[in-house]
Ligand binder design. Structure first.
Ligand code: ATP
Ligand code: MG
Length: 202
C-alpha cells in the first residue's frame, strides 16, 4: 500500500520549518509523496491580514519544486469558505483509496486537534494516521498528548517525530519583512524573491 503524506497549512509564507518537517516525515515514515495543501482561509486564525490564497499557493509551488517527492494540491484553495481539514481528508480518501494517508503537523497543531479545537476533531483523528513533529516552544510527548486529549480517541495512530529544531514561524517572517529585517535562509530564495516582487507583508 502506498503511503502518502499530507501537509496542511496557511503557508503565509512557506518556510524551512515546513519543508524540513515534510522531508523528515517522508524519510522516517517511508512516504512515497508529500502533498502540500495550502488552505483557502484558516478557520482558526484572524482573517485580517491573511495573504491572498493564490499568492500562498504560488509560494508553496516555488518552495517545493526542487523535491521530486513533493506536490501541491489546490483542493482547499478551490473550495469556497474556511478550510476544514476533515473535509479535505474525506475528499482525498477517494483518489487515494489505495493509499495510507498520514497527516503531518507541528506540535502546536496536533495539540489543538487532540484538545478538540478543530472542526470534528475526534472524527478527523479516526480518518488517517498523524505525524506530529517537534517544534520549538511547544512540548510534545505521549504524556502531554494523553493529558490534553479531549476527544475520547486512543491516539495510537498519532506518531511523534523528532526533527532538527527550527525556531521559524510565518508570523516571525511577516514581522521581519515589515521591519525590513532579513528573511534570507529562513525561506527558499524563490520565496524571498516572490515576497519582494509582490511587496507582501509591507
Ligand atoms: P503562523 O505563524 O502564521 O501560524 P506557522 O509558521 O505556524 O505560521 P502554519 O502555516 O500555521 O505555519 O503551519 C502549518 C503546519 O506546519 C502546522 O502543522 C505547524 O505546526 C507546522 N509548522 C510550522 N512551522 C514549523 C516548525 N518550525 N517546526 C515544525 N512544524 C512547523
Ligand atoms: Mg501556525
Amino acid at each position: 500500500m502506498a503511503r502518502i503524506g499530507i501537509m496542511g497549512g496557511t503557508f503565509d509564507p512557506i518556510h524551512y520549518g515546513h519543508l524540513v518537517t515534510a522531508e523528515e516525515a517522508r524519510v522516517q515514515f517511508e512516504l512515497s509523496q508529500v502533498l502540500f495543501v495550502p488552505n483557502h482561509y484558516p478557520p482558526h486564525k484572524d482573517l485580517n491580514g491573511v495573504t491572498d490564497p493564490e499568492h500562498r499557493y504560488r509560494m508553496t509551488l516555488l518552495a517545493t519544486m526542487t523535491n521530486e517527492h513533493f506536490a501541491v494540491s489546490r483542493i482547499e484553495i478551490d473550495r469556497p469558505g474556511p478550510s476544514f481539514t476533515i473535509e479535505t481528508i474525506e475528499m482525498l480518501r477517494k483518489p487515494y483509496a489505495a493509499s495510507d494517508l498520514f497527516y503531518i503537523t507541528g506540535a502546536d497543531a496536533i495539540l489543538q486537534i487532540v484538545r478538540g479545537e478543530w472542526e470534528r476533531s475526534a472524527e478527523l483523528l479516526a480518518l488517517c494516521q498523524f505525524i506530529a513533529a517537534s517544534r520549538p516552544g511547544f512540548s510534545l510527548n505521549a504524556e502531554d498528548m494523553r493529558r490534553s486529549n479531549a476527544t475520547g480517541r486512543r491516539l495510537d495512530n498519532v506518531h511523534v517525530m523528532e526533527i532538527p529544531a527550527l525556531a521559524i514561524s510565518s508570523t516571525d517572517i511577516r514581522r521581519r519583512v515589515t521591519q525590513s529585517r532579513p528573511i534570507r535562509y529562513l525561506v527558499p530564495d524563490p520565496v524571498e524573491a516572490y515576497v519582494v516582487k509582490h511587496r507582501l507583508y509591507r
